[in-house]
Design a binder for this molecule. Structure first.
Ligand code: TYM
Length: 349
């Protein structure tokens, strides 16, 4: 995997120096366990670059409140702990990185309000995720529309240079830049301008049962076989992959492949690491059944240690909660001064 690497700091008032490690910020919503798409599109690049970047990773639980009918308070609290444990299980080091839960800091919600006041409504109505998520709903909460402003607050609070995300988040990062530019124009150079880092391979893993739509948590909750969850048992993983939708062809190739075959080859490539040509050559003369077996093999190899580490972390009494508390304190040390800068610039507080 080789993510597109944006330059380090791009904001005119970046507090980072040329030698400083770029500040990274990213997050995942705690709406159930994470799937292979989240892992390949986002988490893997977080882990891969944790040595050379100054990273902040967040469990964005305030973002999980935008559809109130779906909130289960007890489950949400537990999901925050599980996602934190998953961050650790995939290999994020809590010493090296700042890892915390969004709602543990009031700064995120407070900056959202301040940014709301400089964000034109039209910018939010244009967001494709808002359009998709609000479609067909009788009642749409303000939070759903405002969701990307909260995301902008997450990113801008940490003077972020790089935001490693999957392809579906590009538009939200662009919006974050637009909000930052507008703010800086109105109130002076306060914010660093962030850039998205989207992996070249694996940025958009598709549903196994419907390879024309993105693998998503909401669909996975309704349909077994849509996704592979990181904590699924081996039988479930194998079954989902072996029943993945392909096409009526026989020969494995990437060019002109159907979306289902392309998706399987992409999953294989991200985990196997070889160039696509080499992978396709290996399957010359073989059928889709062989391809699926190979995909199931690499996925199971990747998930086994994650599942084992997750179980061990969750079995430690108090471990996750203590790490969340410590992470919140370290996050606040970065976020609070930024918020003060913003309030000072706007003449409040
Ligand atoms: P979320 O929770 O939907 O997804 C988390 C990350 O996983 C990536 N991703 C995928 N990548 C490839 N293929 C897929 N099928 C796939 N599904 C998900 C997403 O692109 C994302 O990187 N709005 C964000 C959370 C957020 C955030 C932030 C991210 C809140 N504040 C600040 C970055 C910075 C979201 O809903 O991600």
């Amino acid at each position: 995997m080789s993510p597109s690497e944006p330059a380090a700091a791009t904001g005119t008032t970046s507090p980072t120096t040329a030698e400083a490690r770029p500040r990274v910020f990213s997050g995942v919503q705690p709406t159930g366990d994470l799937h292979l798409g989240t892992y390949l599109g986002a988490l893997r690049q977080w882990v891969e670059h944790q040595q050379d970047r100054d990273s902040v990773f967040c469990v964005v639980d305030l973002h999980a409140l935008t559809i109130p009918e779906e909130i289960d308070p007890q489950r949400l609290r537990e999901d925050v702990r599980r996602v934190m444990a998953l961050y650790l299980a995939v290999g994020l080091d809590p010493e090296r990185n700042v890892i915390f839960a969004q709602s543990h800091l009031h700064e995120h919600a407070e900056l959202t309000w301040l940014l709301n006041c400089v964000t034109p409504l039209g910018w939010l109505y244009r967001m494709t995720q808002f359009k998709a998520k609000s479609e067909g709903r009788e009642s749409v909460g303000t939070g759903l529309l405002d969701y990307p402003v909260l995301q902008a607050a997450d990113i801008l609070l940490y003077d972020t240079n790089v935001v490693p995300v999957g392809d579906d988040q590009r538009q939200h990062i662009e919006l974050t830049r637009d909000i930052a530019v507008r703010f800086n124009h109105l109130f002076g150079e306060v914010f660093v301008l962030p850039e998205a880092a989207v992996p070249e391979v694996g940025a958009r893993i598709m549903g196994l049962d419907e390879p024309t739509v993105k693998m998503s948590k909401s669909v996975a909750r309704q349909r077994a076989g849509h996704a592979v969850n990181l904590l699924d048992d081996e039988r479930t993983v194998r079954k989902a992959i072996m029943s993945a939708v392909t096409d009526s062809g026989r020969e494995v190739r990437f060019e002109h492949a159907s979306p289902g075959v392309r998706n399987l080859l992409t999953i294989l490539q991200t985990l196997d690491g070889r160039p696509m040509d080499a992978i396709v050559a290996e399957f010359e003369g073989k059928g889709y059944g062989d391809l699926k077996k190979a995909v199931a093999g690499v996925v199971l190899d990747a998930l086994r240690p994650i599942r084992e580490r997750f179980d061990a972390i969750m079995a430690e009494p108090g471990g996750v909660d203590e790490l969340l508390a410590a992470g919140a304190e370290r996050a606040r040390a970065i976020a609070a001064p930024t918020l003060s800068r913003v309030k000072e610039a706007m003449g409040v507080g």
